[in-house]
Design a protein around this ligand. Structure first.
Ligand code: RFL
Length: 387
């Protein structure tokens, strides 16, 4: 088995397979240090934690992860909080930075004797329609190489080789939400004990805890704005304004240790299987970060694919592999639907024309419904923390 990519999808898959005695190698374009340092997601759904525990992959998050169950919405109409662990299915998130999870998964894979080739870029997957697919690679020293396997898992993200190798006829469902965020990591403790979503005429602002001294903030910005266009003072002033710090309490300021421009886009590849090549994680579908689903979907798909591969390779039962695409797509579209709803809830058009006013009034009405309707809150909680 060849697994492309050492992100959450590839490493969860490789760990589960190796644990069941299935020989697999992980090919990763980046170096070990880069893979361990990529700060991205942090909110793990209850299902994600269950999957990781079930496979003995939750040691770090059980020791250091922090339960989280409240979000707060702020807008021109005031603020309200939802304790979602008391709503819907009664589940909560565990906050654990993605780079720490990836470091744990890497360590576990290598402890078990797993083989991972860093700085090895997959260039193309060939002959996926045969029982002996090949992965053409560029090795760390620049020389070409070739890996052969029974199956190839494309867990190499949206710009990876798996997507580039799909046959004609693969459908890419795509949506650009027309929204851009400046993603920030501040070396400062969280400013509130909740995820903060601020809807403001100047654009969205978000607050998400990561650790006791690192906090993620998001600021909606103009498309095309360079990550370093605004000074730290301008960023903190903008966050204060949009989060309404004067009314609801100050934000803890600190050095901005990471800035990323995030274009809110979603896509889904269909199908998720092409002969011996399977897509999982961001390679299968990209999801806008509004509802923090990306890393959770990656783990869910890796688990689904791992079970199907184990049935096929150890019990000669191809049923799971044949159903993988349809099953995966069902989960992906459910997450996309909720994420799309969140994106519409948090961003409105900036204009003052009739159409912009219409959309902004709808958005206000949605927030009011979420504030006042218990059944709407139950629906929200189920989808927000579920996957
Ligand atoms: P990854 O983590 O991108 O890993 C893919 C790996 O493949 C490697 N690769 C290749 N290797 C070999 N050959 C090639 N040709 C290759 N091309 C690429 C890459 O180097 C990399 O190591 O994908 P995976 O495993 O599918 O995991 C997906 C998640 O990482 C992603 O969905 C989330 O990080 C998205 N996301 C969030 N998700 C959440 O659930 N909650 C969040 O709060 C959240 N916040 C975020 C996010 C993504 C962000 N970025 C990327 C814009 C915040 C940000 C800023």
């Amino acid at each position: 088995m060849v697994v492309l990519g050492a992100g959450p999808a590839g490493l969860v898959l490789a760990n589960i397979l190796l644990d069941r005695g299935i020989d697999c190698v992980v090919l990763e374009r980046a170096g070990r240090g880069d893979v361990r340092a990529r700060a991205r997601a942090g909110f793990l759904a209850a299902h994600t934690v269950r999957v990781l525990r079930q496979h003995g992959l939750a040691g770090g998050l059980d020791r250091h992860g922090r339960p989280h169950s409240t979000c707060e919405f702020r807008s021109e109409e005031g603020r309200f909080r939802l304790d979602y662990s008391g709503l819907g299915l009664g589940e909560r998130h565990t906050v654990y930075p993605q780079q720490d999870l990836v470091a744990d998964l890497l360590a576990r894979f290598e402890e078990r004797g797993g083989q991972i080739r860093f700085a090895t870029e997959a260039v193309a997957v060939r002959h996926a329609d045969t029982p002996r697919p090949e992965v053409e690679v560029r090795e760390a020293d620049g020389r070409p190489g070739l890996w052969r396997a029974r199956y190839v898992a494309g867990c190499d993200g949206r710009h990876g080789a798996a997507r580039r190798s799909l046959p004609p006829g693969t459908v890419r469902h795509h949506r650009d939400h027309g929204v851009t965020w400046l993603g920030l990591l501040a070396q400062a403790p969280p400013s509130l004990d909740a995820v903060g979503y601020a809807v403001h005429a100047r654009g969205f602002a978000g607050h998400m805890a990561r650790t006791s001294d690192i906090t993620r903030y998001y600021l909606q910005c103009e498309r095309g704005m360079p990550a370093h266009a605004w000074s730290p003072e301008r960023i903190w002033d903008e966050l204060d304004l949009r989060m309404r710090a004067r009314e609801y309490g100050p934000l803890h300021r600190g050095p901005l240790v990471q800035r990323t421009v995030v274009t809110l886009e979603s896509d889904v590849m269909e199908p998720l299987r092409h002969g011996a090549l399977f897509l999982a994680g961001d390679a299968a579908g990209l999801i806008s970060p509004s509802a923090a689903k990306g890393a959770n979907l990656a783990v869910l798909e890796a688990d689904l694919l791992a079970r199907a591969l184990i049935d096929d390779l150890t019990a000669n039962d191809p049923g799971g592999l044949n159903a993988y695409s349809a099953r995966g797509l069902t989960h992906i579209w459910r997450a996309q639907e909720f994420s799309h709803w969140m994106t519409a809830l948090l961003h409105g058009p900036a204009g003052t024309d009739g159409e912009s006013r219409f959309h902004n009034s709808l958005r206000r009405s949605r927030l009011t419904s979420l504030r006042t309707s218990r059944s709407h809150q139950d629906w929200f909680a189920e989808h927000y923390v579920g996957i």
